[in-house]
Design a protein around this ligand. Structure first.
Ligand code: NAD
Ligand code: ZN
Ligand code: ZN
Length: 361
């Protein structure tokens, strides 16, 4: 018998989301049914609602979540009912060419549940990032569930499932930030501030936060920014160069994902430095850069999917850092809200009032 629950659905492009009755099947082979306890509102949910990811409406939104496994299907051995888990959107296959090469964070064949969740009339839902967690219970592939210490509060732990992991990993995994490095982060929302916090944990000594909103810049200083730049009234490239001895930063992270911010990142890095694109551009955006500059500056232009993370390695490690007081996950939680408040949370995100609104179920 399917479970009848309530979930947040985006029915059509740009329209406000609504709370709908959703039918969630019992887990089949390789699947897990998870009772969601908390799910953060990420900018990517808004991208989905606005048609910026693809046109597979209706979407079941929500994807940075923690909860408890309620049931598992045949053949599932990695998690069991009662386990406290953070859900991930890249359950690696272990068999594709990336996995076989020993680089599973690039896995080209990640797993999701195979059975669909549907509206009451049978319409199949597209779960955001293969999760769909603004809902009381969701169905995922068992590999999408990563067990972590159950004493971590769900509202904070769930954020590891997307934005915080993406930002932290953009700095530490993709950017390879290390002791003594200079790092600039453009866009200090949930993702950008996690990159700043990651750079601090990794030992960077100059950490520059860039945003257009003074509130975000104040928060970035709490997470470890040693300097901040307001892109509305300062020249981003010149200021970053001035703060790094005239050269530019070793690693510049674009956590916005627009041509103008990417261009700033490109020119604000030192020779042989690294640019990391972690903000997600919409499909219409184009960028023109002089090829001679791409060649002449050397270094690396990288993108960071999910912070190049391995959930099984990185989620428990980040929970450890949190419990040791070295990584303040609670500070990302600006407010906890009800499942009916996601549309209002999008508005607050738009106005820059929050780092993360977290739906608590
Ligand atoms: N790569 C991944 O795996 C991954 C994972 C999660 C989110 N994301 C993406 O990362 C981006 C950020 O997500 P978020 O949840 O932190 O969003 P957010 O809305 O909380 O933060 C975006 C920040 O960028 C700032 N900003 C906007 N325009 C700017 C500009 N021109 N210069 C400087 N700052 C500017 C905003 O003021 C805001 O503080 C989004 O594009 C999101 O889709 C990527
Ligand atoms: Zn693979
Ligand atoms: Zn996200």
């Amino acid at each position: 018998m399917p479970h009848e629950v309530h979930g947040v659905v985006a029915r059509s492009k740009g329209q406000p989301v609504s709370l709908e009755t959703v039918l969630v099947p019992d887990p089949g082979p390789g699947e897990a049914l998870v009772q969601v306890q908390a799910c953060g509102v990420c900018h990517t949910d808004l991208h989905y609602r606005d048609g910026g990811i693809n046109d597979d409406f209706p979407f079941l939104l929500g994807h940075e979540a923690a909860g408890v496994v309620e049931a598992v299907g045949d053949g599932v051995t990695d998690v069991a009912p009662g386990d406290f888990v953070v859900m991930n959107w890249r359950a690696v296959c272990g068999r594709c060419r990336a996995c076989r090469k020993g680089t599973p964070w690039y896995c080209f064949d990640t797993h999701n549940a195979t059975q669909p969740m549907t509206l009451a009339d049978g319409t199949e839902l597209s779960p955001a990032l293969g999760i769909g967690a603004f809902i009381e219970k969701t169905l995922v592939a068992s590999g999408q569930c990563t067990k972590v210490d159950p004493s971590a509060p769900a509202a904070a732990a769930g954020l590891l499932g997307c934005g915080v992991m993406a930002g932290f990993g953009a700095a530490v995994n993709t950017g390879g930030v290390g002791r003594g490095d200079s790092v600039a982060v453009i866009g200090c929302g949930g993702v950008g501030n996690a990159a700043i916090a990651g750079a601090r944990v990794a030992g960077a000594t100059t950490i520059i936060g860039v945003d257009v909103d003074e509130r975000k810049l104040a928060w970035s200083r709490d997470f470890g920014a040693t300097h901040t730049v307001n892109a509305k009234d300062q020249d981003v490239v010149e200021t970053i160069r001035a703060l790094t001895g005239g050269f530019g930063a070793d690693v510049v992270i674009d956590a916005v994902g627009r041509p103008e911010t990417y261009e700033q990142a490109f020119y604000a890095r030192d020779l042989a430095g690294t640019v990391v694109l972690v903000g997600v551009p919409t499909p219409d955006l184009q960028l023109t850069l002089p090829m001679i500059e791409m060649f002449g500056r050397g270094g690396a232009l990288k993108s960071s999917w999910y912070g190049d993370c391995l959930p099984s390695r990185d989620f428990p490690m980040l929970v450890d850092l949190y419990q040791q007081g070295r990584f303040d996950l609670d500070r990302f939680v600006s407010e906890t809200i009800g499942i009916g408040d996601v549309e209002k949370a999008f508005e607050k995100m738009h106005r820059g009032e929050v780092l993360r609104s977290v739906v608590v179920l």
